[in-house]
Design a protein around this ligand. Structure first.
Ligand code: GLV
Length: 326
């Protein structure tokens, strides 16, 4: 039996390569930069499997070019780069990597929150500049974190992991979501469900943890910023388009909010020039980027591919109806 042919748009990590190479004939994209779109479309033409990153669009056009494709395995939990309906229509399984990155992403949301509250970006620049004249009473005074109110938008696995960390800071935690979480999720972290407008009005830090869907695109727009306190910071480690970037820039310019800490952007890797200001901390989409976690994500994607070709249900299908139809 010939091995199934797989295109992998990244060379992954050795642990994941071993899993794939054992049972599949894999072609890897090895340059450091991301492959051009046309390259991916060309390479998948004769492949049965695709392992891709969130930078690759798996859309109708790519699927049409790859008639033998049976699986698109995303190395990410968010899968807004994949047209799931188009995959389902063509019988292509789509998978993601849920669970393994929750704690690492929550760590990073806190990294950003603390950095923006305590003006770490500005402080670091000053310390490196050679212009620091020494301690001063009113130098780079930021905002306290402890005892404040943390507002979590999207109380799923990552939102809850962010809430857990707030306990150590003696914070009040409020959250909003499409549906209220069960009591056993709220209670251990002392989180209280609120409607969006109450959360906007009360939270000192607002951290976003929703997936990018039609309903969440542009969720944080001008009216939302208008309801926030001028002392509030926005933290986004979810997806860039959840925030209307032009509205955020306007809110920062007019001091409607105190600042922002962002890991994701509307049109990555482009960053709106209006965001490059002292009260905004900018990171290049790093929230899940610990070596341990990124390795786990790659291994998970590899296992999803291998299990399908071994006749099993891939563990992390986002469109399980595809296999039921067969
Ligand atoms: C990263 O952004 C992911 O969705 O895993």
């Amino acid at each position: 039996m010939p091995k199934p042919r797989v295109y992998c748009s990244h060379e992954l990590f050795e642990e994941a390569r071993k899993i794939l190479d054992a049972t599949c004939d894999v072609e890897y994209w090895t340059p450091a930069e991301r492959p051009p779109r046309e390259e991916v479309v060309r390479r998948v033409k004769d492949k049965e499997g695709l392992v891709c990153l969130l930078t690759e669009k798996v859309d109708e056009r790519l699927l049409r070019a790859a008639p033998k494709l049976r699986i698109a395995a995303n190395v990410a939990v968010g899968f807004d780069n994949i047209d799931v309906a188009a995959c389902t229509k063509r019988g292509v399984v789509a998978t993601n990597t849920p669970g393994v990155l929750d704690e690492t992403t929550a760590d990073f949301a806190w990294t950003l929150l603390m950095a923006v509250a305590r003006r770490l970006g500005e402080g670091e620049q000053l310390a490196r500049s050679g212009n620091w004249k020494g301690w001063n009473l009113d130098q780079l005074c930021g905002a306290d974190i402890w005892g404040k109110t943390l507002g979590i938008v999207g109380f799923g696995r990552i939102g809850r992991a962010v809430a857990r960390r707030a306990l150590g800071f003696n914070m009040k935690v409020i959250y909003t979501d499409a549906v209220r979480a069960p009591e056993d999720a709220e209670k251990p972290v002392g989180a209280t469900f609120q409607d969006m407008n109450t959360l906007l009005a009360e939270a000192d830090f607002i951290s976003l943890h929703v997936p990018l869907l039609a309903e969440t695109r542009g969720l944080f727009d001008a009216p939302k910023f208008f309801r926030m306190k001028p002392t509030t910071f926005l933290i986004n480690t979810s997806r860039g388009p959840v925030v209307d970037e032009a509205a955020l820039v306007a809110a920062l310019e007019s001091k409607k909010i105190a600042g922002a800490a962002l890991d994701v952007y509307e049109n990555e890797p482009f960053i709106h020039p209006g965001l490059k200001r002292p009260n905004v901390v900018l990171a290049p989409h790093l929230a899940s980027a610990s070596l341990e976690t990124r390795t786990k994500m790659a291994v998970m994607a590899a296992n999803n591919v291998v299990s399908l070709f071994q006749g099993q249900m891939p563990p992390n299908m986002v469109n399980p109806s595809v296999l039921k139809k067969r």
